[in-house]
Design a protein around this ligand. Sequence first.
Ligand SMILES: C[S@@+](CC[C@H](N)C(=O)[O-])C[C@H]1O[C@@H](n2cnc3c(N)ncnc32)[C@H](O)[C@@H]1O
Length: 390
Amino acid sequence: MENHEFESFYKQGIVPEGEFKDFIACLKTLLPVTFRISRPSSHSFVQRQIEQLARELDHSCSNRSQGGGGEEVPSLRFIDWYQGPGGSAWQLPASVRVSSESSEASKLKLQLDVLASLGLIEYQVEEEVKLPLMSSLAGGRQHDPRTVLDLCASPGSKTRQILHAIGEVEEAGGEKGEGIVVANDVNAKRCSTMIHQLRACGARSCIVTNHDARRFPPLFIAGEEGGNRSLRQLKFDRILCDVPCSGDGTMRKAPKIWQTWSVRTSASMHGLQLQIARRGSQLLKPGGLLSYSTCSMNPLEDEAVVAALLRESNGSLSLVDVHDGRGSCWETTRLPPPCNLPLQSRNPRCSSTIAKSTCRESAWMHLDRCARILPHAQDTGGFFVAILKK
Ligand SMILES: C[S@@+](CC[C@H](N)C(=O)[O-])C[C@H]1O[C@@H](n2cnc3c(N)ncnc32)[C@H](O)[C@@H]1O
């Protein structure tokens, strides 16, 4: 697991100098397994099942230590800060991915897989569990976002979190919200998988569409004006652009990215990402929020896209500070925006959007309001999120 181009690129001040060794070392380790209860209505049943699994593990652990058994028994760690949809989340060491078939770890993984196949728990990378989407983007019912568009939605983990947050998932005796979530993806096969998963979680007000997000068509709502039927274009309260990316934040889950990563491939995503975010901003209501996120740590795919969007918005978009009010669950690194970095790219359009991102410009744009999660900080994957207000 070596890639000199990757290392020299990230040494350009993207990762603080004193942390670089830890950053690289962490990327070479496997990512822990994180899961959360996905149906609030089955919460107490699933919680009991998981507590039972944890007790069985503790029991095997103490038997093993008495008998001097060699194999490591994984422990289930309750993530005590998590207060998102479903209410509870846990973490398991990465070793459960690679344990032998007969081990305690693989038996545990098998039982969790059964709960996951029934739609009762959902595996997630921890930074996604931490994502402040629910409070900042979906906002919960008190902020009442009624219309949400997820432009790159499949496999739908963020869509499901939003549906939970705005009360559009069936809960025992729960009151139904009044929202609607449109979940879009360009890939028809991935849309079909997402439909099954949304059904399994009891989603009530969700429409799945299959369009290229860059050209997502206008949607219209029928109404009445002066006794005549009329159509009005639907603009959205919240829009998610969780765009396709180079995925270098997922190296701990997909180590083959070490062999394929290059500045060129990473930069080649910039144009597509900007076009998707641009279409999102056109479909957003004034006062609405748009989240732009990637599982890449690369400023070419992150701040450079946000900067280009802000620049062409002529002041109609501004960044919301995602570092605010996260509490203990959300430890982000507020890094200086990547201005004046020699971010070499052979894509001329991309170079020009980055070159324009001077220090002066990033000061008025407040690019430090975006958040980049670096894997070594909290033993997670890498991630980037920006929230823009129209
Ligand atoms: C990072 S994944 C989204 C993950 C998803 N938001 C979740 O949380 O489960 C990016 C998705 O974008 C889709 N995609 C790629 N190009 C697209 C385009 N031009 N328009 C819409 N979706 C696109 C891919 O098929 C992929 O499912």
